[in-house]
Each structure stands twice: as structure tokens, then as C-alpha cells.
Design a protein around this ligand. Structure first.
Ligand code: XIL
Length: 315
């Protein structure tokens, strides 16, 4: 039957995956599924600051270019991830004083976004990632501690200057339902837009776990953001289970995947759904959440799981 991207296109949505550079270079099954099933890709790590500017002013686009070239060959769009984050950012950035840190941020954004600005495959960026804590306060990262809250608007302005055509997003996790954190993002986006700061989209990472339940107000939450005039998107979907997997957990997981796709389909402003990888062989989950895994839509041997069928049938 037809690949996911065919069904997604018929609904006017993208279906995306995160890609890792290692298996993309080395594994035929990985490459074939990535090329055929998805219409958009996100670099899982290759566009992050530690990869693109490991030392000050020394830019390295080898991994990022490999992913963008793959996408171009396969008629896929690329979502850039991510420009300003507290994680996977070199120590040299974290140790700068305010004036130097602001300049480094602007230089990084203008170089990285500028590198891809003329490439039609690269259509959007996560400009800032995970700037709130779960209570809905701005995260006390080195960015906030050194620059105050103004770094967020500055980052969006720098990104717009570097690529006037790219959609510029804010992205976070634990924001799928209506809660303190998603409301804080809602209020920030509303205020930035009132001030004329160039922000176009909101990403909902959607790292879900079956033991926490499905956020029943996901669609309603997407809809309230849409009412602010921004696009919304699911950026890093996975649904982890306590390992080992079994048929019951797989079936529950499949309903979560189906529900997420249906929420996006029901909201006109939702551009699409990106899954954070596709094979359990390379998921970040077991490394980050010990005892959990099985979060994706293909197993370690590249066989489709019930979650694949759920996404396929929902689209
Ligand atoms: C993760 C990657 O999947 C891992 O390979 C890496 O070791 C750590 O980062 N939120 C994000 C992503 O925005 O960039 C993270 O990706 C997962 C959580």
C-alpha cells in the first residue's frame, strides 16, 4: 500500500522523521524507509550548536549538509533544528559575558540560517527550543541568566534577517495538553506577535509515554494556538512503553499515534507530524529513560509495528 507521505500529501500535511547521519550513510534499510515514507526531515543532532559551531567562528556543516542533500534527492522538506537551546551547546558559549554571548548568538543564527537560506528544501527553523520549565517560568538556562528574557525576541529577529522566507518556530515538550507550560508559551507567543517579533509557528515535541495517559485536550490546545495566527506542528513524536514491548502495549501505543495524527488533521493550521526517528533500533528513548523504549513505528529489524498501521490508517 502507499507510503505515509502519499496519504499525508492528500490531506495537505507533511509526515516527517528525525534522521541520524550514521545510519543514513551506512544502512540501506534505514535509507530506503527514510526516503520513501516521509515528506519532511529534521536532523536529530546534526544542526545543533555543538555540531555546527563547536569552536567559536568555526562552522561545520558536514552532517547538516548530508541530511539536506538526502532530503533534496528525495523531494523532502527540511525543518531546521535548533538554533538556541540550553543543551548540546558548547562550553565556550555558556561561559561568555552578556555582550559577547549576544553577539555569538546573532552570529550563530546568521551563519547557520544563512548557510541554508537559498536552499528551497529548508523551509522552517526551531529558533528557540525548551525555553520554559514545566511550571511555566522561563527556564533559568545560561541564556536567560546571562541575557534575560530578551534573548528570545532577539533570536527570532536574527533568524528573520538571515532568511526572510523560513517559518520561525518556538518548540517545547510537555506542552501537548493545556497546562501551565503550554499556557506560558501561549502567552509569550501572543505577546511577541503583538510586539511585531517575527514568530510563525509553535512546535509540540510530543514525547509521550503510555503510562502517563493521552492528553485528551491536545486538539483543543492546538486550536487555541492557531487562533493566535500561528502555524502549529507536531515536531518530535514518540510514544514510549516500559520494555519489553508486548501486544497490549503496542495496541495502546497505536491509539496514541492515531490520536496525535487525528488532532493535527482536525486543525487547519497544523502543518504536519514529525516522528522522532522511525526505527526502535536508533531511538533516543532507551538512553534517556532507562527501562523504556519501543517508542517508534518500526521495530529494530525494520518491521512495521501496529503504530505504523495506526499512522497510515489515520492519514
Ligand atoms: C535528542 C536526540 O534524539 C539524541 O540523539 C541526543 O543525544 C539528545 O537529543 N528534545 C529535543 C531534541 O528538542 O533535540 C532531543 O533530541 C530530544 C528532546
Amino acid at each position: 500500500s502507499a507510503p505515509l507521505r502519499t496519504h499525508a500529501a492528500a490531506k495537505g500535511k507533511f509526515i516527517g522523521t528525525a534522521l541520524a547521519t550514521g545510519p543514513l550513510a551506512n544502512e540501506t534499510s534505514y535509507k530506503n524507509i527514510a526516503a520513501t515514507e516521509f515528506s519532511q526531515v529534521t536532523a536529530e543532532n546534526a544542526m545543533k550548536w555543538d555540531a555546527t559551531e563547536p569552536s567559536q567562528g568555526q562552522f561545520n556543516y558536514s552532517g547538516a549538509d548530508a541530511i539536506v542533500n538526502f532530503a533534496t534527492q528525495n523531494n523532502q522538506q527540511v525543518h531546521g533544528h535548533t538554533l538556541v537551546w540550553h543543551s548540546q551547546t558548547p562550553g565556550w558559549v555558556q561561559n561568555l559575558g552578556a555582550t559577547a554571548m549576544r553577539a555569538a548568538m546573532q552570529n550563530h543564527i546568521s551563519n547557520v540560517v544563512g548557510h541554508f537560506a537559498d536552499n528551497p528544501a529548508v523551509v522552517s527553523w526551531d529558533v528557540v527550543n525548551e525555553v520554559f520549565d514545566d511550571s511555566g517560568n522561563l527556564r533559568t538556562s545560561f541564556w536567560y541568566n546571562t541575557l534575560g528574557s530578551g534573548y528570545i525576541a532577539d533570536a527570532f529577529r536574527a533568524a528573520r534577517a538571515a532568511d526572510p522566507d523560513a517559518k520561525l518556530c518556538i518548540n517545547d515538550y510537555n506542552t501537548e495538553g493545556i497546562n501551565a507550560k503550554s499556557t506560558a508559551i501561549y502567552n509569550l507567543v501572543s505577546s511577541l506577535r503583538q510586539q511585531g517579533v517575527p514568530i510563525d509557528c509553535v512546535g509540540f515535541q510530543s514525547h509521550l509515554a503510555i503510562q502517563y495517559g493521552f492528553p485528551g485536550d491536545f486538539q483543543q490546545n492546538l486550536q487555541r494556538f492557531a487562533a493566535l495566527g500561528v502555524q502549529v506542528r507536531i515536531t518530535e513524536l514518540d510514544v514510549r512503553v516500559q520494555t519489553p514491548r508486548d501486544a497490549t502495549k503496542d495496541a495502546t501505543q497505536a491509539t496514541y499515534y492515531r490520536n496525535v495524527v487525528n488532532a493535527c488533521l482536525a486543525v487547519t493550521a497544523c502543518q504536519g507530524v514529525t516522528i522522532w526517528g522511525f526505527t526502535d533500533k536508533y531511538s533516543w528513548v532507551p538512553d534517556t529513560f532507562p527501562g523504556q523504549g519501543g517508542a517508534l513505528i518500526y521495530n529494530e529489524s525494520y518491521q512495521q509495528k501496529p503504530s505504523y498501521t495506526a499512522v497510515h490508517d489515520a492519514l
